[in-house]
Design a protein around this ligand. Sequence first.
Ligand code: ADP
Length: 524
Amino acid sequence: MALAMLKNPTEAQLGWQALVKAVEQFATAADLADIIAIVRATARDISGADGVCFVMRDGECCHYVEEHAIGPLWKGKRFPLTACISGWCMLNDKSAVIPDIYVDPRIPHDAYRPTFVKSLVMVPVKTDTPIAAIGTYWAETREFSADELALIEALGRSTSAAIGAVQLRQSLIESEHRLAMALDAGGLGAFELNVATSEMIATPAAKAMFGIDPDAACSRNDFVAAIHPDDRDAVAWLFETGLSRDEEYRTADSSRRLELRCRMVTDGDGTPIRVTGVVRDVTERHQAKERLESLRAELVRVARLNDLGAMASALAHELNQPLAAASNYLHAAERLLDRDLTQARGAITKAEAQFVRTKDIIQRIRGFVGQGKSERTSEDIEVVCREVLELARMTARYEDVAMYLKAETGLPKVEIDKVQIQQVLFNLLRNAVEAMGGSAKRRVTISVSRDGDMVKLVVADTGPGLAPEIAAHLFLPFHTTKEGGMGVGLSLCRKIVEAQGGKLWHEPGDPGATFIFTVPVAAA
Ligand code: ADP
C-alpha cells in the first residue's frame, strides 16, 4: 500500500516504520519469549493504541501473558476461550474490530469495566491454527480506518511468520540434535566437503577419528593427509567422486581403520557442490575379523583330531608292515643265534631298521595331531571354551544344535596346553552332536566350575546316552558305534587330559551323556 494514499500519512508512516523495525527484530528472535517481548515493545508504536496485550491459547483458555498499556489490563489472567474476545478471534481465525465495546455482545463487559478500554482491534496469530492473539485497545470509542486495520493485521501476520520461523529453527536444532545422537549411537562422525573451496566441515567425532584438532578449521587436504600414504589416493578419489567403496582405510600411523561412506550433492546442472559423508572407526571390527581368521586356522588344526579315525587305519596298515618284517627278522635272529652269530647280528640290525621306521611313522602322526610337545601356559578357561564354541558354530553341522557355556564367576586361571584341551573339548562336542542326530531336543552345555585345586568342565548333551555295549569299554581304543568310527577319540582325550594332570570320565545324564574332565589351576 502506497504511504501517500493513507488518510493520516505521518502517523501511518510512523506505524509502518515501526512495523519494519519489529520485523527486523523478529529475524533475530531465538524463541517465543523474544517474539512476545518485541510485540510488547513495538505494538503500540505500530498501532498508535493506548494499550496492547499478547494472549496465548492454553488449552481451552486464553492466557494474557504480556501487556503494555496506559492502565492495567489482564496480565497473568486466564479466561475460557468462549468468554473473551481473544478466544473468539482464535476460535474463528478472524480479526475482531470493535468501535464500542459496550455495545458488542462478544465482550465480557464486567471484565472491561475496571479498565480504560472503550474500543479495540484484536488479530489472531497463527502457525497452522491460531495459537495466540494480539489485542490493541483505545481509551475512547472510535471507528477504525481500513488502513489502520491493515497495519494491525500486518503486525498479526508478521508475528505469525516470526513464530513459524522460530519453530522451524527450533525443530531444525532438535533434528540436528537427534542426528548428532544417532551419529553418536552408531559411533559415526559426519563431514561435509565444499567442492569449490575444499573446506571441510566435520563433527568433533569425525575430526577425532582423523586425528584432527576438533577446534581447528580444516580442509580436504588435512583429511587426506590423516590417511596412510598407501590409502590416500583411494580416499582422495572418494572425496572427488562421492562414490563409496566397501573398503577400510588406515590412518597415517596405521593404528586405526576407518570406513567412509560419501554422497555427492550437485546443483540443478549436475555440477558438484558438496560431498557429504559419514565416517566410522572400524578398528575393532577389523581386529575381530583377524581373530576369526586365526580361529579358522586353529579350527583346521583342531579338526585334525577328527580325522584321526581315518588316519588310525592308515597308520595301522603302515605300522603292520615294518612290525611284521621286524618280527620275522627277530625270529630268524633267534634261530641263528647259536648257529651263525654274524648272520644273527645282521638279522637284528635289519629288525632294528624296521623299528626305526615305525618310530618315524609314529612321530609323523604325533606331529600331525600336534602332540609332539606339550606347551602348558596359564589360560583363562572361559576364553578357551568360548573359542571352541565359536569354532563349532562355524561348522555347518553344529548349526541346529544349541550350545551353551555356563562358567562360574571368579574362576582361576588354569595351567594347560590350550590347543590340546581345545581338541578334547571339540571332540566331546563332536561326539555329543553326532549322538543327538536323531534327538528332538539338541542341546550341549559346557559347565565350568572350580573343584579344589582343579577346574571341572562338564559337557552334557540331550542325546540318547551311551550304548550299553560301549559303556563298559568306553575309553579303550577301537570301541565305536559309528560306521567308519575308530573309537580312538575318547581314549586319546583321556590321555591328553591325564598328561596334563587331570582326569576324564563319563557319567550317565538324564537324559543324554555327560563327560567330565578336570584341569589344574595355575600356580598363583
Ligand atoms: P568314535 O567317535 O570314533 O566312535 P570315540 O572314542 O570318540 O570314537 O567314541 C566312542 C563311542 O562312544 C562312540 O562311537 C559312541 O558310541 C560313544 N559316545 C561317545 N560320546 C557319546 C555321547 N555324547 N553320547 C552317546 N554316545 C557317545
